[in-house]
Design a protein around this ligand. Structure first.
Ligand SMILES: [Zn+2]
Length: 397
């Protein structure tokens, strides 16, 4: 048990009112918090960048330790859901606190390995538990994270140049801003999306969100023109200090080989480049399959937009492999709904690649009667019905 009274003598106590924000996603910070009384919400950015509550923390829970211990930018936004009182631990009192409360150190370590890292992920890419034995066709051995060759270019074989440019209508949803590169610390201009203006048209079966007159995919990847660091805009500030030097070195190499810049209006070729650049940055560190999967899935959407079926299939396969790897090999806590979305996505990608039996299995797994999302259940049921019909027709023929 953590002795709160003893801790309170060592660390500062701070009060937050309802709706008050402790910190934002991406902020720098060097403090961790233990909740003495109250409730806070943990928010991450959803697919479209809007905040999504992923956890609620209560008395005795703590947060912010990644920033305190690793100097990482904040991996989530934390907001008080009611009046909340917290202990604040920083570098100056951390050692004393741990010396007096070793059990807290143990809890922090445990928490770091299975709780907090999930918060810097987007929706629905992770699944707790090891890969089930019965799943023999997971295609895991090859993995998805084989590095792309860093030779003449950063593109896989088969990638072409495409004529599309951003339609004029996009402008109404954009504004110019500037951001500070967390790697080289230079400023550079960026296009920001007015998310409040976006109107959702529909969500495709593979969970792609379609908006009226606008395609956020065109603007979701940022590249620093100075050091060539690339990342999704919603996690641009999330880069560990340990990787910065390597990213700069890689950037020097890449600079000699290709130019990265966005024209106005933006060209689809530049958009493709921006996603392949995120893959390059990703490979500087230990490749996170969940993140690789996000990039491949988006690339598959873009290739489908330019009607390159071959590349759409190639990138869908990469996405499926990376999501499977992430799903079966990552031990993290996710919500029921996040699991459902991921399983459904595995099913859709399998289906797209003609793997009907696999797809059926994933769709079955994605149905959760108790506590599941009914729309997702219904989508899976429809798919199962379609697949059963298709499979029985196949047998009869
Ligand atoms: Zn930079």
């Amino acid at each position: 048990m953590v002795d709160i009274a003893a801790l309170a003598r060592l660390a500062g106590v701070r009060k937050y009112g309802a709706d008050e924000i402790f910190f934002h996603f991406g902020d720098p910070g060097h403090e961790m918090f233990i909740i003495l009384k109250g409730t806070v919400g943990v928010f991450i950015n959803s697919l479209d960048g809007s905040p999504l509550q992923v956890a609620v923390l209560k008395d005795g829970d703590f947060f912010g330790e990644m920033s305190l211990l690793e100097g990482m930018p904040r991996s989530a936004t934390i907001t008080a859901l009611e009046d909340t009182v917290c202990l604040v631990i920083d570098e100056s009192n951390f050692e004393q606190v741990i010396a007096q409360q070793p059990s807290l150190a143990f809890r922090i370590m445990k928490g770091m390995s299975n709780r907090l890292r999930q918060q810097n992920e987007e929706l629905s890419f992770l699944k707790r538990g090891p890969k089930p034995e019965e799943n023999d066709a997971g295609g895991n051995a090859a993995g998805s994270s084989a590095p792309l060759p860093l030779n003449s270019a950063i593109y896989p074989p088969g990638h072409k140049s495409y004529p599309a440019t951003a339609p004029e209508a996009h402008n109404a949803y954009l504004f110019d801003s500037e951001t500070l590169c967390p790697v080289c610390e230079n400023k550079f201009p960026v296009k920001m999306v007015r998310s409040s203006k976006l109107r959702l048209d529909k969500i495709d079966s593979d969970l792609r969100q379609r908006f009226y007159d606008f395609e956020p995919l065109w603007y979701a990847a940022w590249i620093c023109p100075h050091c060539y660091y690339a990342n999704f805009n919603f996690e641009f500030k999330q880069v560990s200090d340990a990787l910065k030097k390597k990213i700069m070195e890689q950037g020097q190499e890449l600079k000699a080989k290709l130019a990265v810049n966005f024209s106005s209006p933006r060209k689809i070729d530049e958009v493709f480049t921006s996603y392949y650049m995120i893959l390059q940055t990703l490979q500087v560190g230990k490749v996170d399959p969940g993140k690789a999967a996000k990039i491949w899935l988006r690339l598959s959407w873009l290739y489908s937009d330019v009607e390159d079926d071959e590349m759409c299939t190639f990138t869908s396969r990469q996405a499926l492999e990376a999501y499977s790897e992430s799903y079966f090999n990552t031990r993290r806590d996710t919500s029921v709904e996040q699991d459902q979305r991921l399983t459904l996505l595995l099913g859709e990608l399998s289906l797209r690649l003609g793997q009907k039996e696999e797809a059926l299995k994933h769709f079955r797994n994605s149905i959760v009667r108790k506590g599941g999302n009914n729309n997702l259940n219904r989508q899976a049921e429809d798919r199962i019905q379609e697949l059963r019909t298709a499979l029985s027709e196949q047998e009869n023929a």
